[in-house]
Design a protein around this ligand. Sequence first.
Ligand SMILES: C[S@@+](CC[C@H](N)C(=O)[O-])C[C@H]1O[C@@H](n2cnc3c(N)ncnc32)[C@H](O)[C@@H]1O
Length: 286
Amino acid sequence: MMKSVTETRPILITPHGVLYNSDCLDVMRSLPAETIDCIFADPPFNLGKQYNNGKSDLLAEDHYLDWCRLWITESIRLLKPGGAIFIYNLPRWAYQMAAYLEEQEMEFRHWIAISMKGTFPRGNKLYPAHYALLYFTKGIPKTFNRVRLPIPTCRHCGKDIKDYGGHRKYLNPAGLNLTDFWDDTSPARHQKNKSRWHVNELKPIIPERCIQISTNAGEVVLDPFGGGGSTYVTAECLHRFWIGTEIGPCEPIRERFAREFPILENPRSIPEKLRPLLNESVGLAR
Ligand SMILES: C[S@@+](CC[C@H](N)C(=O)[O-])C[C@H]1O[C@@H](n2cnc3c(N)ncnc32)[C@H](O)[C@@H]1O
């Protein structure tokens, strides 16, 4: 039997976050409007994966997109004006989600191409080599922090790889501006690096960049699809508050926190910053 929201208690509380073992829609619908600074969503891709969560990951196309529209609609309601949403998905679904976001008057910022290695073509198709990371804001972005990457150098001789057409001296010493093509983010595929082998756990650098770009320390991030908890761990490290939901087993996330933050005592009370949001929602702050 599904748990009602009034029965929902956090399954993990950290100094910056709360995780609910729930359907994301139940929790999202209980939260007050315009309270979240950034949403990062990496939903199931409807490829028939086994997430061990009692839900089918192979829905009819319309059914899958209808479901996506439900959590996207809630996301838009929850974002503060100028807040940001990032959605990671196959281009096949992402272009339809982008169209829906646009229809809802969200502001298009970027289609970030995330290089994907180890895929294979199906049927008469091109070789798929990227996933999409949509970046939209609710109106004009309230925060845009530049993320800079180290100037690339040769592994062997340590010299710059490019000559920058004689303009090397004008480059910002803090590094190069992040582009909309990320090829240093392939997934953690080895079991030893993963907290749950069957989940497409993202390299933390993906949510990390999104959080850095669109929020400042002390702000609130929501990720409806917990998986192995990459967004939550990153938010905790970056001193952002976070709210998470995962409908499947949450033990891998709890174990990951215990492993990555061994000195964290599991506090018993919800972080002060999140209290007003969760108190207003029936039952979420108990
Ligand atoms: C692709 S994984 C997310 C991986 C995560 N970004 C990470 O890096 O670890 C998608 C997750 O969403 C969860 N999920 C699916 N439907 C859900 C729902 N309605 N509410 C909450 N979680 C859901 C699945 O169980 C799965 O763990």
